[in-house]
Structures are given as C-alpha cells and as structure tokens.
Design a protein around this ligand. Sequence first.
Ligand code: FUL
Length: 637
Amino acid sequence: MFKKYLLALSCLMGTMFAAAEPAPKPYGPLPTEQQVKWLRMEWYAFVHFGLNTYTDREWGYGDESPKLFAPSKFNADTIVRTFKEAGMSGMIYTAKHHDGFCTWPTKSTKHNIRLSPWKNGKGDVVKSFAKACKKHNFAFGTYLSPWDRNCAEYGRPGYLKVYYKQIEELLTKYGPIFEIWFDGAMGGDGFYGGARENRNIGKADTYYNYEKVVKNIRKLQPDCIIWGAAGRGDVTWGGSEKGFVKYPLWNTNGNKWLSLEGDTPINRRGWFWHPNQGNAVKSPEHLMEIYLSSVGRGANLILNLAPNRDGQLDPADVASLQAFGKMRTRLLAKDYALNASVEPSEVRGNDARFAGNALTDGDIESYWCPEDNTTTPTAEIVLPKPATFDVIRLREQIRLGQRVEAFRVEAWVNDQWETIVAPGNPGEVESEFNLRGGKGHTIGNQVMRWLEAPVTTNKLRLTITQAKACPCISEFSLLKMPSVEEAQKVAETDNADKPLKSKGWSFSGSAADSAPLAFDGKADTMWSTSRTPARLVVNMQKTAMVSGISYLPRQDGKTQGMTSRYRIELSMDGTEWQQVAEGEFGNLRANPIEQYVTFSPQKARFIRFTSTAALDGEGSSVAEMQIYGRTAKKTSK
Ligand code: FUL
C-alpha cells in the first residue's frame, strides 16, 4: 500500500517536473531592471525654465544677471498636476542650462538662485518640483548641462570640481532622481567669468571623465537612468529634436543595451518660453504622430513644456497637451484583442507558461514562445466578436533580449487572409513621420503600427518572419485611433474607470474582521488596527483591470490612526505581489478629504493596501476605500 502510494507520488512529481519547461536562454545584450522600468514609463515632460525664459534666447551666453529670474506666479504643484492629468509619468527639469545659472542654492558657484529676487533669494526651483512630484507620486529627473558658459574655469580641470559637486548635490538633496540628462552640446564661445572667448574641450568623454561620473552616479543613486554621457549611460538621443526615432529600432549598441529617447518641445519656437509663442504650438494630432514615431517605435518620448516669465505654463501649450493626452488615453483604453483566444503554431515544451494566450492576457510579463530552433512561428487570434481597429501593438519580453527582426499581420476579410502589416525588408528605414501603413520590423519594448485604414474582423494571424532567436512575444493588441473630438467627448462623458462593486469580496491581513467596514459605504465605520504598519488585503474573487483606489480618512473629527503613508500592491494569486504605488496622503490633519491614487491599469485579483505610517498613535485606519478599474471579460482559452 505504502509502495503504491510512493509510486503514485513519484509519477505525479515526474509529470510536474516534465511540464516545467525551462525559459529560453536570454539572447544578446539585456536591459537592466532600471531600463525595463524606464521603458514602461513611455512619456514624460521636459521643463526648460531659467534665465533664457527672461531673455528670449535658447542659449544664454553666461553673463545674464540672476536678478532677471522672478517667476511671481510659479507653482510647481499646478505644473506637475497638469502633466499627471495628461497621463505623463514624470518630468525632467533643467536645473542648469548652458548659461550656467543654477536654479537651486548650490555651493558650487555664486551664479545661482540666491542672487535672484524670487522668494528673496530663498527659492529653490529644483526643490519645488521635487516636492510636487513626490506629492503626486510622479517621477522626477534633472538636466544638468555639462557645458557651462558662465564658469571661469570651464575647459580647464578646475571646472570639473564644480560640475561634480553639482551632480552630487542634485543626486543627494532632492530624493530619487529617475533620470539625469547630460546634454551633448559642448564648448564654444561664452562669458567664462569675463574672458569672453572661445573654449574647446576636445573629446567630451575625456574632459568630463564620464567613466568616473557614471560610476559615481551608480553609487549615489543606483536606480537613476543616465542619458548620454558619451554613450556610457543607459539611454541615448533619439537622433532628432522633432521627437521621432528611426525605425527599425534596436536597443543594442555592441554588447550593451542602450535605449532611445525621442525629444521635442511642444512649441515650435524652441525649448524655452518665448513671447507670443501661443500660435506656434504643435497640434494634438501632430503630438500623436510624434508619440507613434517615438513610443510607437520602441523608444520613450520626452515632451517639453516651458513655463513663461510668471512661472506658469503657456495656456496654448496646455490645451494641446490635454487634447493629445485624452487622445492617447482613449487610444489605449480599449484593447479589442484582450482575452481573445490564440492558436499558435507551436508552444515551447507544450508548457502552459509559454502558451499563445499570453499574447492577449493583458499581462506584460507573460509571453508566448516556441521551441528554441523555431524563429518564424505563427499565431491565429480569434476575437470574441468582430472589432474595428486601426492600430496594432506588439511587445516582446525584453528581459530575454530583443529578438524579432520582422513580422507580418494578416486579417481574415472577405473569406481570405489579407496582409495588413507587411514584413519589413532589411535596409528599409522609417524616419520622420511616415506613419500610416508602416511595415513590421523590430518589436522590442513595443511597436505600434497605424494601418492605412480601419479593418473590421474577428480573426487575425501574426507571423514572425525573421528573428535572431526564438521570439518571446508578450502582447498583441488591437486599438482604435480616436479623433481629437471623439477623445474630448468621451473624456467629457467621463470614461474614467468606475469604482468596482465590492459584493462578494473577502478580506485578510491585519484586523481583517473590521476590513468590511472600509467597504460598507458608511463613512462613520472603519477598518482599524492596533499596529502600524498594517495590511488590508482584498480578494476580489475575480480578475479586474485595476487602475486606482480612493481612501477616505476617518471622519469623526479625530486624527489618530489616519493612514498618512501607503503602499499599494497587486497580485493575481495572492502570493506574488507587484508594487504599483507608494506615497503620502498629505495635509490630512487640516483637511481629511477623500484621497485618490491612480496607476497604470493592471490585471489583478488581489489588492494589498499597506498603511506604512499613520497619525498620532500606533494603529491605522481607513473609513472608506474604493477600488477603481474594469472587470475583465471572461477568459476564453
Ligand atoms: C540641446 C540643447 O542645446 C538645447 O538647448 C536643449 O536643452 C535640448 C534638450 O538639448 O542639446
């Protein structure tokens, strides 16, 4: 009997182990975890704001008076909120441009904001932005021009001490910096402490000693993405200041993973604000072209909005940003291929982990993969019902390296397969904004192909026609491009995610018995624990695309136990968790109103809310909480 039991057990374990097919070996250069995270940020703001704002110049000479800097209505919070509401993921501020004026009270040079009338010389623009970003759970980065037309020592060894000090200050005094920009512009004429001459630094890599700079940054802020630094960083220039990058796009440079960033100002007049620039703003439709030609080709986009002399964003820039933001949100809101059934030509080791439905499960990490020696597999995708779409998005699992060189997409129309994305031929390059009807070359983090015209079908076929190693495709999406007017209308009728109904949910974690009180619709009852940190774990019983939460602090006039810092994690199985947000609920004592936290929508069944700090005492509480999102449709296959 016992022997029989052992036999059965070993058979079971045998099949279990046989099913665990190993993942494919990584191919070529791999991104760091920081580069993966960075690529998922997609787009963020650039903010050029300094003395040039007041002189109507793009490049200051270095002799401008700090007294010019007087932004009487500057409010970092409003600016950051504008960016966030448009759907951006962060911002990078020009802490110092080529004119050498430091907009924070640096110890490295006298040419800084202490000499400005703004806040009687007590202001710090870097700090204001860093604080506002922190408050809004928004990434913050800085641009620090290596070229300094003010410094007397520029071009000599003496400047390096100054510059290194500036890097150190920015990376140690303002919290996490997600990206630091080392502009490539270098040398030339300038004020240079009064010398007013031309200075040539020779090779930037040698003069600035970027090897040392990069090493130092890795020490100070290991998660900071480094832009430029003579190719020693993590990201490099997209190649034009119009925002597009060339396609096909390889994130590889020799044996190193190097991603691209498309950069452009929203206003045609330049990077800094200029008088009467309102009529030079790029249209929302053009911003969409820029987005598809950067993010849609596998890079990130940094879009500049420049504050004016009052310190406020130009209303025309904001209007265009908002309209484009709505278009983008609308474009990405509905994936017609989500939960479609997938019939692939081959699945690696027949293991469910690599099955075709990874393409349409809305999970960016799972991927479909054939056997090692198959580089040109196909997958048929059947939608639950016919859909009309005109943008196709594909993603590779880049943690295993970039592999795909060309792909084809066909649609079943009029009883036959019609090619809607033709595979690209080697040597063909898309540059500028030649957008619609583009071919299928590289995929990488993501590629979006905008079709010549919308297609209606319920059946598609993806064929990888060329790859350097077995392809690992994580997502296949079908999207529909809205017009500016449609996007606007939808935004007005509030297409935002709705609170999910809490009926049938179960709870665990700290003081789980009282957890239902946070979801009972009554502000006068609450989840309350005796300790902090405390965890509130919600099992929604079914999967939803979760995009945020709301939190109402206790409303009985007391502050004790009000959750003031939080962490939010999501999970599909209640075991493996992914953090999606972390931050502070500020000002609760004076104003205990409902708080909202939003993040990019993700599939989840479990939500874990951790109160990491609470006011006045040991316990934590939540009077009411709502989870925002959409319930996923039934999974078919
Ligand atoms: C360039 C600079 O010279 C421009 O002024 C601007 O800052 C742009 C982002 O980078 O290289």
